[in-house]
Design a protein. Structure first.
Lengths: 245, 326
């Protein structure tokens, strides 16, 4: 890979990172806290690329064609991929750039949620504290699952709760309100699912905010249990700024 | 060295032309191409692929900047002063130094490569390569957060990882062959000034390591979408098998060491010892790392170093897990 192409690849990769970070697209992939690091690293790549381009332009076309200076004969067969100048593996860096600009992968949705056999993780405390005050009380889907499955619905009984998630069709009929929880990046997302009762069928990946009441059923004390909620109100909403919990 | 004047006389389409034509075709065909990616499985795979690359990129950039800075601004004599002269002593010192310097595993390969190019004994640089991503403060803190009821998990991770790194360093000292290692072209990349050397080194390292990160991300995304999760829960009940499976899973998934504790914590069916194996193996041996090592040092090196590290890491996970976590 020639020097000028290397420079363009650096600018494209850095530009793609900046493009998703300025705006909220990066929240589909990683957590909010990564923003300054993404801006910094994207900026560093663009600056390195621009400086390399300036080098090339100063020295003219001859310098661009020149192989990297360590191009000694023994390096051609080392499997290192340097034979024709820069590292050949660098071409692969165009793949994430293409994915970002062409595919624009969406936040994980119903397909990933349905694939996840386990439903959320057991909560850390054995006994959950009471729900926050408010009617309805706002909860995350994961929190609802934790309280319903690992605490027998103890703290949910008699309260009206509100939660936001997307529609994942239940193969047995009806649908689950679901949300992915991300520990670090979308690659380690874990689904939380709650079966909704008394709600009209909606297409997969529709975002909704529901209020409703806990009803017993769906199993307890196992991470494959899917608790139930009796829906009072249902409203279709746009995808939240951060699609993950 | 080829003569530039000779090359300029005959025209051949170079990489710049190929890149330009490719980009034009993509822009023209964008609408049609986007339609190809409408499948939810493909989109899920693409999301996982992009998120792994995006999550790892800042760590990678930090790592190549650090290794570029070491190459350009730190005189070779510093390393000879900082580490004990005797390589057998330098190994544990370098291994323990990993506990101080935060660095992702993708970054540790170019950093270790830079250390070797600056005259550090390969055995010590390799001990650092293994320990830095496994036991640095950020990783230990994330492990502590991920296992709130199990503070011994942090201790077990630290001990098993450091032991694996130091023993691997000593094994290299005893059995390693210099010809397996092709230490990168750092010293060849000398610019007109320290700043120029820094830029050349960082650029080269990033392009190189980044390509291999992409391979790892593709593999992990494919496995995430293609392997049914039911298969995982079926093996969790077998004590030894579950340790081997989670160790193997760590190799396949290639998750950054800063993140893997949360994934391990989410594998609720598995024993603590199996999760420990996941946390000890992952930062030292995984697909992304193997391809990075193969690309940086040579595939001869990677095919020897990675399996040996894997075996040692599993043994130490079993021992330390049996000692501290049962």
């Amino acid at each position: 890979m020639r020097r000028d192409v290397q420079a363009i690849v650096l600018i494209l990769v850095g530009g793609a990172v900046l493009r998703i970070t300025i705006g909220d697209t990066f929240l589909n992939y990683v957590q909010e806290g990564m923003r300054p690091w993404l801006l910094l690293s994207g900026g560093i790549l663009v600056v390195l690329g621009v400086l390399a381009l300036i080098d090339v332009m100063r020295k003219g076309r001859a310098a661009a064609d020149e192989e990297t200076p360590h191009d000694e004969p023994h390096e051609h067969d080392d499997g290192h991929g340097h034979g024709s100048g820069g590292p050949r593996a660098a071409w692969l860096l165009l793949l994430p750039v293409l994915a970002i600009f062409l595919v624009a992968p969406p936040a994980l949705g119903a397909y990933a949620a349905a694939r996840d056999v386990a439903n959320s993780a057991p909560p850390q405390e054995a006994k959950a504290p009471p729900l926050p005050p408010g009617d309805p009380a706002p909860v995350t889907v994961a929190e609802y699952v934790g309280r319903a499955v690992w605490d027998d619905g103890l703290t949910l009984d008699g309260r009206t709760v509100e939660m936001t998630g997307f529609v994942t069709p239940d193969p047995a009929g009806g649908w689950w309100i679901s949300r992915m929880a991300v520990a670090c990046c979308a690659a380690d997302a874990i689904a939380s699912k709650v079966k909704v009762l008394n709600a009209p069928d909606l297409p997969a990946d529709t975002w909704v905010t529901i209020t409703g009441r806990w009803v017993p059923g769906g199993g307890t004390k196992t991470d494959t249990a899917i608790p139930l909620i009796e829906v009072d109100t249902l409203e279709e909403v746009p995808q939240p700024r951060n699609p993950y919990e | 060295m080829s003569a530039p004047s000779e090359q300029r006389q005959r025209y051949r389409p170079g990489s710049l032309e190929i890149l330009a034509i490719g980009l034009v075709l993509l822009i023209v065909g964008q609408r049609w191409l986007v339609g190809l990616f409408d499948d939810p499985a493909l989109q899920t795979g693409a999301t996982i692929f992009v998120s792994i690359v995006v999550q790892a990129l800042p760590f990678l950039v930090l790592g190549v900047v650090l290794s570029g800075a070491i190459a350009a601004f730190v005189p070779a004599s510093f390393w000879k002063k900082a580490l004990p002269k005797n390589p057998a002593l330098a190994v544990p010192v370098a291994g323990a130094a990993g506990a101080v310097l935060p660095g992702c595993e993708c970054a540790s390969v170019p950093v270790a490569n830079g250390l070797m190019a600056r005259g550090v004994a390969p055995a010590a640089a390799l001990a650092f390569l293994l320990s830095a991503p496994a036991i640095n403060p950020i990783v230990l803190a994330s492990t502590f957060v991920a296992f709130p009821g199990e503070p011994m998990m942090v201790v077990a991770r630290f001990i098993a990882s450091l032991a694996t790194a130091v023993i691997m360093g000593w094994l290299w000292l005893r059995f390693g062959k210099a010809k397996w290692l092709r230490i990168g072209p750092r010293d060849h990349l000398v610019g007109t000034s320290s700043w120029h050397t820094f830029r050349l080194t960082a650029t080269h390292d990033f392009l190189h390591a980044g390509g291999f990160l992409v391979i790892g991300g593709l593999f992990a995304a494919a496995l995430n979408v293609l392997v049914p999760q039911q298969w995982l829960s079926a093996v969790a009940d077998q004590p030894i098998l579950s340790v081997l499976v989670l160790a193997g899973l760590a190799v396949l998934l290639s998750i950054c060491s800063e993140a893997d504790a949360f994934v391990a914590a989410s594998l609720t069916e598995f024993s603590l010892t199996a999760k420990l194996a996941f946390l000890v193996v992952g930062p030292m041996v995984d697909l992304k790392l193997i391809s990075l090592q193969a690309g940086t040092f040579s595939s001869t090196f990677a095919t020897r170093f990675a399996p040996a590290t894997f075996v040692l890491a599993v043994i130490f996970s079993l021992l330390v897990g049996w000692w501290l976590l049962t």
